[in-house]
Design a protein around this ligand. Structure first.
Ligand code: WQD
Length: 322
């Protein structure tokens, strides 16, 4: 059995590649190395290919046939909300076009099982305590829209080609399983705080007047190693006969505020942190916390790591890289 991991040299993809390798599974990585690193894929074969390029469907089909793939995990996509608002065409072209090529390749090479990286960004600004998959997605930016459209494309591919697909809607992913796999982009809260500390700057809290206990936004932070494990559970699920769902949230079910994350960083680094209390950022829901019922009951997956584990692993990975 071979799994082809597209975007397997990236932050989340490489954690999944590592886990599959540790389980003795054969893995081939496809990545254009635009944001990924070849060093992350270890002993697995790495095919450098941009899935958004003209003719990528046929070229990828060739890779799938040659490697005897029976499953594909597709990570390769742009993932920055702000950038998607500035350059929506790029998000439509690359995220949607890339997935179209991946599904075309799977159809051509008769690969049946596909796991797709979706996002909590599909939900937009839900006004509920726990976000269930039954909530109708209402994305509020092009990034979230491309992920929601991607889920429709999977459903179409199931109907047209008899594929079996799962979309995993990630909540806020952070942490690292090994220093070389760590997130090198400074785009999300945990890396942003660590980067600020390194520069001797104060992290900025985006809004302190939200209707939450401490006034700052609440998110569901999930350890990237737990998330990687959810992909393995999804692959196993696709091999089962009974598959009642194709969309799953991946989170912990526990919310943490921005100030609680900053406190966790203070504990992990042993440093006192005095954040700058700033203005709200446009488009931020006050609270976005995952209902984990479906994934626990259907895939048998649940997270095992806490916010402190997440932050500690990010701090340690950063220290090892410096
Ligand atoms: C987390 C919290 C900020 C920076 C985004 C995407 C989502 C997913 C994860 C890919 C928020 C606050 C942040 C800072 C702050 N991406 N914050 N100061 O916006 O919850 O989710 O990334 O799939 O789709 O929308 O993540 O890390 O930007 O912010 O106070 O300097 O930290 O307001 O409450 P977000 P984030």
């Amino acid at each position: 059995m071979t799994t082809v991991v597209i975007g397997g040299a990236g932050y989340i993809g490489s954690h999944v590649v590592r886990l599959l390798q540790q389980r003795g599974q054969n893995v081939v990585v496809v990545d254009d190395l635009s944001t990924g690193f070849a060093e992350r894929v270890g002993d697995s074969e790495l095919v450098q290919l941009d899935v958004t390029s003209d003719g990528a469907g046929e070229r990828l089909a060739e890779v799938l046939r040659r490697s005897g793939a029976d499953s594909v995990i597709h990570f390769a996509a742009h993932k920055q909300v702000g950038e998607s608002v500035e350059k929506p065409e790029m998000y439509w072209h690359d995220n949607i076009g890339g997935l179209a090529h991946v599904l075309e390749a799977c159809a051509l090479a008769e690969v049946r099982d596909v796991v797709f990286s979706s996002s909590a960004a599909v939900y937009g600004m839900p006004d509920v305590d726990l976000v269930t998959e039954d909530l109708t997605p209402q994305p509020i930016n092009p990034y979230g829209a491309t992920k929601y459209v991607g889920e429709w494309m999977l459903a179409d591919a199931e109907r047209a080609h008899g594929m079996r697909t799962v979309a995993l809607r990630y909540f806020n992913v952070a942490g690292a399983g090994a220093p070389e796999l760590a997130d090198t982009l400074v785009m999300n809260l945990v890396p942003i705080i660590l980067d600020a500390l390194d520069r001797g700057a104060a992290p900025v809290v985006f809004g302190t007047d939200y209707p939450t206990p401490d006034g700052t936004c609440i998110r569901d932070y999930v350890h990237v190693v737990d998330l990687a494990d959810a992909h393995v559970a999804a692959l196993e699920y696709l091999r089962r006969e009974e598959r009642p769902h194709r969309v799953f949230n991946v989170g912990t079910g526990t919310g943490s505020s921005v100030l609680e994350v900053i406190d966790a960083v203070a504990r992990a680094t042993g440093r006192e942190i005095t954040p700058e209390l700033g203005q709200r950022r446009a488009g931020d829901p006050a609270r976005l916390v995952c209902s984990t019922d479906r994934i626990r009951e259907t895939l048998g997956w649940s997270s095992s790591k806490t916010l402190d584990d997440i932050v500690r692993s990010a701090v340690e990975a950063r220290a090892a890289r410096d």
